[in-house]
Design a protein around this ligand. Structure first.
Ligand SMILES: Cc1cc2nc3c(=O)[nH]c(=O)nc-3n(C[C@H](O)[C@H](O)[C@H](O)COP(=O)(O)O)c2cc1C
Ligand code: SF4
Ligand code: SF4
Ligand code: SF4
Length: 589
């Protein structure tokens, strides 16, 4: 009989959902059973089902969702010790009967191959799943040129946003002359709504280490630096453990596996400024300077960290590398369409039934990602738009739901693939408010070097503020468009050059909504506080007084068991009354 293993999802999402007390309970319940292994794993991507507990027994695996301290008792008693699978909250099952099996079957897991499966703190579990085989192959039987050519042939493009061919970048860094070279992993991940990189760093840190070491071999670098934001403490902890273990086993350090190739790796913690994700700002930050972009050329491949040739790639980019070397470029490029090969990890967030991480072959239509994998829009609401690419991206409307997720098709909509954040919006979202949110983000995060970015985004934000207050003018749209083009043209780095994208796409696809705010002084999604009113329907109101008790500014009056009224001049549009009304008598107009 094979050993029984009980896995518990302990990524940040699992911990936030309450995995720690569940783990503690699990350990107490299994105290007298040393034959049963409890394994802490990263996130498998089903964040909306956390905490997750999986039982592996007799060659079968069963995963349960929304596990609590109470329900874990049943799982242990009935399943782990009793051998009888429970039917409630069955998320995944190796026989295919779990409620999320169809969702997982649609995915292709290259980057996420080990996430949620192995214990990220145990190198042996990574090795068991062919970990470090690719590095072994590279240092023992391939030349540097063969390595970057294999990566080039695979069609892998940078997953950090711009989509530059990774193999080509490696080739440039290889050909660049320098006594010392650097390999940098960009783990800054600053886009609102993005958490792909964090999950991979937390759940499979050795995949990044292996990818970076292979890159080091390909370009002739002996030093690696992972630039990770300090707000990712679990990722940093797991990376540190993994680096130590890799050193102990001879996968990092001097003379790796007796090949003569040496590669060391360090972590640099960033303070979490969005602009530090821009590669020249990131280099400055690594050097201990203020994280501000500088003009290119010289490109990092010629002059990067401490003026040495440097290759910078994103977390997800490196996570693909070992798989490509092991399985070959042809196998990788089998997935995808056009010039976008392989898979892409997306972080589904916002108004989506099944938020979490998914990895799909490039080219899958957005509709399939959102509806078939993400479960569609909750509460029977209508889909309105999906924001892709974060502050540098844009909003893709309903009419374009069948757009395939590949670099060129997404760019054609005015959004960008970006790093993979997909924020889904329903009919209750005001698109001007969305544009304002992203613009205020970049305005806050601008490093201030270029006047167009520093002052231009501020002026745009003022105009959007005016529009959401019902004080906009028809000429504001042209003014916004003019500013968009000037900021794009006049900014030094990608932050400013792409900052107008959320505004441009909302004007392109949702101009009616701008006009409703400007001409009719109306917010069709009933979101903008200055343009909405809370009203009580006297026919429905039963006079329970709950709304009055919950109103923070005493704007509601009325006698018990009699219809209540709201004084619109006092109301601050907080919405607390609407939520507290038991009979749905309060509406927003
Ligand atoms: C403002 C700004 C922020 C960025 N943030 C990130 C980031 O958090 N992570 C990342 O990998 N790339 C980020 N990038 C892109 C990087 O500058 C760079 O292109 C990327 O790390 C290269 O890796 P890749 O070729 O693997 O995509 C950012 C770019 C800009 C302009
Ligand atoms: S575009 Fe903005 S963030 Fe980039 S260098 Fe200029 S001011 Fe700084
Ligand atoms: S929206 Fe807020 S402030 Fe206005 S009446 Fe309701 S509870 Fe009071
Ligand atoms: S909570 Fe609803 S039913 Fe109760 S008094 Fe207010 S509006 Fe009327």
């Amino acid at each position: 009989m094979s050993q029984t293993i009980v896995k518990i999802g302990m990524g940040s999402c699992g911990i936030a959902a309450g995995a720690r007390p569940v783990e503690a309970k699990l350990r107490t319940l299994l105290e007298g059973h040393p034959e049963i292994e409890i394994r802490k794993v990263g996130c498998i991507g089903l964040c909306f089902q956390e905490p997750l507990v999986e039982v592996e027994m007799d060659g079968k695996s069963t995963m349960y969702g929304h596990v609590t301290e109470e329900s874990v008792e049943d799982i242990v008693k009935e399943h782990v010790l009793g051998g009888k699978r429970l039917d409630q909250a069955l998320v995944l099952d190796s026989d295919g009967s779990g409620m999320e099996n169809p969702r997982m079957d649609k995915q292709v897991r290259i980057v996420l191959r080990n996430c949620g499966i192995i214990d990220p703190e145990k190198i042996d579990e990574y090795i068991e799943r062919e970990g470090y085989d690719a590095l072994k192959k590279v240092v023992s039987s391939m030349t540097s040129e063969q390595v970057y050519t294999e990566v080039l042939d695979s069609g892998l493009r940078g997953r950090g946003g711009a989509g530059f061919p990774t193999g080509l970048k490696w080739k440039f860094a290889n050909l660049s002359k320098g006594d010392e070279k650097y390999v940098v992993c960009n783990a800054d991940e600053g886009d609102p709504g993005a958490f792909m990189d964090r999950s991979v760093l937390e759940g499979d840190p050795h995949a990044i280490i292996e990818g970076m070491a292979i890159c080091g071999y390909a370009i002739g670098a002996n030093h690696g630096i992972i630039y990770c934001r300090a707000e990712y403490p679990l990722a940093i902890k797991n990376l540190n453990i993994a680096i130590e273990q890799a050193k102990e086993r001879g996968f990092l350090g001097d003379d790796i596996m007796g090949s003569g190739f040496s590669f060391d790796l360090k972590i640099k913690e960033g303070a979490g400024a969005f602009v530090c994700g821009e590669e020249t700002a990131l280099i400055a930050s690594i050097e201990g300077k203020r994280g501000m972009p500088r003009p290119r050329p010289p490109f990092p491949a010629q002059s990067g960290v401490f003026g040495k040739p440097t290759n910078i790639n994103n977390v997800e980019t490196y996570a693909n590398v070992a798989w490509i070397i092991r399985n070959g470029s042809k196998e990788f490029s089998k997935y995808g369409i056009g010039k976008s090969r392989g898979t892409k990890v997306f972080a589904l967030a916002g108004k989506i039934a099944k938020g979490g991480l998914v990895e799909v072959p490039m080219g899958m239509p957005i509709r399939e990602v959102i509806y078939d994998i993400g479960g569609g829009i909750p509460d029977g609401k209508e889909f309105k738009a999906v924001q892709m690419g974060g502050p540098s991206g844009g909003c893709i409307p309903k009419e374009l739901l069948d757009t395939p997720v590949d670099y060129e098709s997404i760019n054609a909509t005015g959004a960008i693939m970006g790093s993979g954040g997909m924020v889904v919006m329903d009919e209750g979202t005001c698109m001007i408010d969305v544009a304002r949110f992203f613009l205020s983000f970049v305005q806050n995060e601008s490093c201030g070097k270029c006047p167009f970015c520093r002052i231009g985004t501020k002026r745009m934000l003022e105009i959007l503020d005016r529009i959401t207050k019902g004080e906009g003018k028809e000429s504001d749209i042209d003014l916004l468009l003019e500013l968009c083009h000037q900021i794009k043209d006049g900014s030094l780095c990608g932050l400013g050059q792409t900052a107008p994208n959320p505004v441009l796409t909302t004007i392109k696809y949702f101009k009616d909504e701008y006009m409703a705010h400007i001409v009719d002084h109306r917010c069709p999604a009933t979101v903008c506080p200055s343009l909405i009113h809370y009203v009580i329907d006297p026919e429905k109101c039963i006079g329970c007084t709950k709304c009055a008790k919950n109103c923070p500014v005493d704007a509601i009056s009325g006698e018990i068991k009699k219809p209540h009224v709201i004084d619109d001049t006092i109301c601050i549009r907080c919405g607390k009354c609407k939520v507290s009304c038991p009979v749905g008598a309060i509406s927003v107009e």
